[in-house]
Design a protein around this ligand. Sequence first.
Ligand SMILES: Nc1ncnc2c1ncn2[C@@H]1O[C@H](COP(=O)(O)OP(=O)(O)OP(=O)(O)O)[C@@H](O)[C@H]1O
Ligand SMILES: [Mg+2]
Length: 372
Amino acid sequence: MRSLSRPACPQAQRQARLGAIGRRSVAVVRAQAAAAPSKDSGVESISGVSAETVAAIAKARTNCLTATDLPLPNRRQGKVRDTYDLGEQVVIVTTDRQSAFDRLLASVPFKGQVLNQTAAWWFEQTAHIVPSALLSTPDPNVALMRKCKVFPVEFVCRGYMTGSTDTSLWTHYKAGEREYCGNAFPDGMRKNDRLAKNVITPTTKAEDHDVPISPAEIVAQGLMTQQEWDTVSAAALQIFEFGQREAAKRGLLLVDTKYEFGKDSDGTIRIIDEVHTPDSSRYWLASSYEQRHAAGQEPENIDKEFLRLWFRSRCDPYKDAVLPEAPAELVCELSKRYVYLYEKITGQAFQVPDLSVPINERIKANLKKAGL
Ligand SMILES: Nc1ncnc2c1ncn2[C@@H]1O[C@H](COP(=O)(O)OP(=O)(O)OP(=O)(O)O)[C@@H](O)[C@H]1O
Ligand SMILES: [Mg+2]
């Protein structure tokens, strides 16, 4: 994801990076049937989420988790998660924040719950490959994890030649590069082709912007030992392959994703943060991929691009002091897409929480029950 024409400002740089892997513009797969364009926005509305959940989404707009104020020590606010450092353990609260352009665009009902529960599901499914740091989920939005010393590397795994931003694999390939982050690619590839084999295109995990890096550089710079790299990269590829197989069973293609790993106090390497969530992964619809690809069309997916486009067409989200409020219709649509993907992946019905209780209060009560 090295920038060819590196964006000028750090915000733009970060945005390009985020867009590249789809962390903030991830594809959420579209329901195969009955996706009707909405009247006002032209954004397709997915079907497949129950009427009760759709009604709850509308209701929950006034009870989103945008900020947390838990009576726990050492709070640190990430883009999506608030973490509380308890020493040996960390309490990680996944909020409903939807950010892009380094800004909070909106709070999306149930997004935090979906991300937390999707990640917890995948952590369990992939435990036979590598243990996760997850200890429990004391609340739908909360993960209690072993505190790990995080490797300062993001393990980006890719199965396809795709992406459209300055930092994406396809952009580099199209510009003539045949080597990227230590991986070689043959001539003659087309956008969205399946790669001959999955690859890892690591980046450093920096505050402002992540920089593509090769395994040799990772070791040379002392970010990881050779042995750590060998172990973690092998695990990352195994988890990715497992995810692709599981996704395929559900009619989805797991296109690319990123993982974080760390070491716990015993020195055990664990996967942390999140796995195969709609924020960290790109999914395409399997059923139409071959046909569309052969016809030179983009694969079917549902992404969050529409919300970014809405802001872009109305303001300068990098510069304006105050952003307009995102339309309820778009925010609810985004929420539906998160819920849809959760249900599709896990095979479980989304459990609508009790909307009469403010989420922060519910979390406090649940943490107390868990003795935290
Ligand atoms: N088990 C863990 N031990 C220590 N730190 C953790 C653990 N799990 C997650 N973290 C850290 O918690 C933070 C969660 O923040 P969040 O996911 O909101 O933003 P981010 O990771 O900075 O950005 P992004 O996810 O977009 O890369 C990250 O810094 C992550 O590395
Ligand atoms: Mg994260």
